[in-house]
Design a protein around this ligand. Structure first.
Ligand SMILES: *[C@@H]1O[C@H](CO)[C@@H](O)[C@H](O)[C@H]1NC(C)=O
Ligand SMILES: *[C@@H]1O[C@H](CO)[C@@H](O)[C@H](O)[C@H]1NC(C)=O
Ligand SMILES: *[C@@H]1O[C@H](CO)[C@@H](O)[C@H](O)[C@H]1NC(C)=O
Ligand SMILES: *[C@@H]1O[C@H](CO)[C@@H](O)[C@H](O)[C@H]1NC(C)=O
Ligand SMILES: *[C@@H]1O[C@H](CO)[C@@H](O)[C@H](O)[C@H]1NC(C)=O
Length: 598
């Protein structure tokens, strides 16, 4: 009987492991090699492990340890010295079983990422910035040396489609996110271009988590710290620098997802919404938003400075914030007070129906953008808990008027096509103009009332390449230097021709929120300073910007919204499951079953 069983195992073993298993591992990691992948009753004496032909004894020093009576061999931490052949030998009276592993230690693996079981993590991969992205990269998991399987990114037909998602399709950033890590996710992942060029190798280590501690707002409910030094002269430059950095960062994200079409956004509205949110964010969420808006951690005076900035801008740009919340939510009183103090926003309860809420929000938007934007949302879902809004409205007249006579001209598009456009024209317009070599662009500064200016950066030609060269040089430092330079340039009489434009653009805010490193908002945000009960999740982020150049001047409006819902822990048994009917009184199982076809 025993022999039969062993023979049977042997056949299985030969079938499964006719050649030895190749494993590629990174230095510093942990490896556990099983001897047999099935349960047997062999005794310890019968199992021997060999490394490059030499016995590994149970007592042998070094980092390879024989475990579970020889049933497995654990190596930790792996060093180059562990490279070689590992053989597990099982001896019974008449039969010998053998299993071999060939272990290669590879230090060339780019990233090693250690994640907790159940967590969500990202596998980084980037196309070189000089290349053009025409197809998404392919992500593989290495099953054995030379054998790999393709990860299904966003393919709903397989179970993994929901767990694995390509964050930015057709973007230089080909990072994928993997949710709810399981132990089997451990291993080597490779990102390759469609042509087969290797771009990134990531080694994932999954660590078992003892128990998942339920989230609690305990310790996170105190109010935002007061600004100790309101008169400090460093506060204002910090906000100016972070605004410039944030704006240019946003521009680079928006242009990446939209390399050639019209583009418009209002960084001051987006940062206004995020700063307002920051007032209620705590712990990791707070740090993520601080990084996103480029302010130093623990800059307590941020909200005070945002208020000062809003007041300073008031004669050209009006900014308003608002928070709508589900009446079932108990907003923190301290947050409500600070929201009024810094953002002049007293939270308002959401109404009963979707229609009422949609109308309430759109009319707030229309009112605060001076009717430049009349519609932002199509509906408000009943599960919405919180909607944060920020709206700005700008109006500035040309300091020097253009000719009143209407004129038309031809605008050359990137592809060389010509379009007829109405023009703003003047033969002797007073304008500061200069070639800025750092940006490879001809820059003109048009003075506006209300102490603002419109800067126009003109690349050398109408080609996409020249446009992109300018855009690539537009770092916050270069732009701030350009502004200083232009302010010092005296205006001269210049023949000026500008197209009369009207832009109304809704860039993809959900994508930009992710690129800002705020993906965690979609997975569960700690807003305990605002709502001290539980995490909420970001459902939708929107931005809409409008700008018109007319004979009179510049009219512009922008609005940003972040809408959150509760994180309902969900449990849906709409796929095969197992049941146990248990007597809690006697603490014994009464029925055990399985449902695969209800
Ligand atoms: C290796 O171990 C086996 C089984 O325990 C034993 O028979 C053999 O003599 C050992 N070889 C060496 C070189 O120690
Ligand atoms: C182990 O793998 C390495 C590299 O793939 C190879 O050179 C070597 O011959 C292999 N050894 C055995 C025993 O299969
Ligand atoms: C909100 O607060 C009120 C009064 O403090 C309390 O009675 C109510 O249960 C709270 N509601 C929730 C959903 O926590
Ligand atoms: C909020 O403001 C009100 C009115 O000014 C005040 O009575 C209350 O104590 C404040 N609450 C907190 C928590 O600061
Ligand atoms: C916005 O609302 C205020 C208060 O109701 C009103 O006085 C103002 O005229 C409105 N503005 C616009 C542009 O509708």
């Amino acid at each position: 009987m025993r022999l039969l069983a062993v023979l049977c195992l042997l056949l299985q073993l030969i079938f499964e492991h006719s050649s030895c298993t190749h494993l590629r591992v990174v230095p510093g990691s942990t490896l556990e090699l099983p001897c047999l992948s099935f349960q047997t009753d062999f005794t310890e004496a019968a199992i021997t492990w060999k490394f490059n032909g030499r016995n590994i004894s149970t007592q042998s020093p070094g980092s390879a340890t024989v475990k579970k009576n020889g049933m497995s061999l654990a190596i930790s931490p792996i060093t180059a010295a562990h490279e070689g052949e590992y053989v597990c030998l099982v001896k019974e009276s008449n039969v010998e079983l053998m299993r071999a592993y060939n272990v290669t230690v590879d230090a060339s693996i780019g990233y090693t990422i250690k994640v907790n079981e159940g967590s969500t993590f990202q596998l980084p991969c980037h196309f070189p910035f000089s290349s053009k992205v025409t197809a998404n990269a392919l992500w593989f998991k290495e099953m054995d040396v030379g054998k790999k399987t393709l990860l299904n990114t966003g393919d709903e037909s397989t179970g993994d489609g929901e767990r694995v998602e390509l964050l930015y399709p057709l973007d230089h950033d080909q990072t994928v996110i993997l949710r709810d890590a399981v132990m089997e996710d451990a291993g080597i992942y490779q990102c390759e271009s469609a042509e087969g060029k290797k771009m990134s190798t990531v080694y994932i280590i999954v660590v078992a988590t003892p128990t998942v501690v339920p989230f609690s707002c305990d310790g996170f409910t105190t109010a935002w710290e007061p600004c100790q030094d309101e008169d400090s002269r460093t506060g204002e430059p910090i906000v100016q620098e972070s605004m410039a950095e944030f704006s240019m960062k946003l521009y680079s994200y928006f242009r990446e997802s939209n390399p050639s079409r019209n583009l418009l956004f209002s960084p001051i509205s987006i940062s206004g919404a995020l700063s307002h949110l920051l007032l209620g964010a705590r712990d990791d969420t707070r740090r993520a938003i601080e990084r996103a808006v480029c302010v130093p951690h623990d800059f307590h005076c941020l909200h005070f400075q945002m208020k000062k900035q809003r007041e300073k801008l008031a004669n050209s740009l009006q900014m308003a914030s608002q928070i709508y919340y589900n009446p079932q939510m108990n907003l923190s009183e301290a947050f409500t007070n600070q929201s009024i103090q810094f953002y002049e926003a007293e939270p308002i309860r959401l109404l009963e129906t979707d229609d009422e809420n949609t109308q309430m929000i759109n009319s707030w938007v229309a009112n605060k953008t001076n009717n430049k934007i009349r519609k932002l949302v199509d509906s408000v879902s009943p599960s919405t808990q919180l909607i944060l809004l920020n709206a700005v409205s700008f109006s500035g007249q040309w300091k020097f008027k253009f000719n009143e006579k209407p004129k038309k001209g031809l605008f050359t598009k990137l592809n060389g096509d010509l379009v007829k456009v109405p023009l703003l024209h003047h033969e002797r317009y007073m304008v500061a103009m200069s070639f800025v070599p750092e940006l490879k662009a001809n820059v003109a500064r048009f003075g506006l009332t209300g102490d603002s200016s419109l800067y126009i950066l003109l690349p050398r030609t109408s080609s996409l390449n020249d446009l992109q060269q300018v855009e690539a040089k537009m770092t916050d430092t270069a732009v701030r230097q350009m502004i200083e330079h232009m302010k010092a340039t005296s205006p001269q009489h210049v023949e000026v021709t500008l197209p009369q434009i009207k832009l109304d653009i809704q860039p993809d805010m959900n994508l930009v929120i992710k690129k800002l490193g705020l993906l965690s908002l979609f997975e569960g945000a700690n807003l305990c300073g605002l709502y001290p009960a539980e995490k909420v999740v970001l459902d939708d982020a929107r931005h809409r910007a409008f700008l018109a150049l007319t004979e009179e001047g510049v009219e512009a409006g922008g609005v940003t919204t972040l809408s959150f819902s509760r994180t309902f822990p969900s449990f849906s048994a709409l796929r095969p499951f197992i049941m146990l009917l248990w007597s809690d009184q006697a603490n014994v199982p009464l029925f055990v079953g399985r449902v695969t076809d209800p």
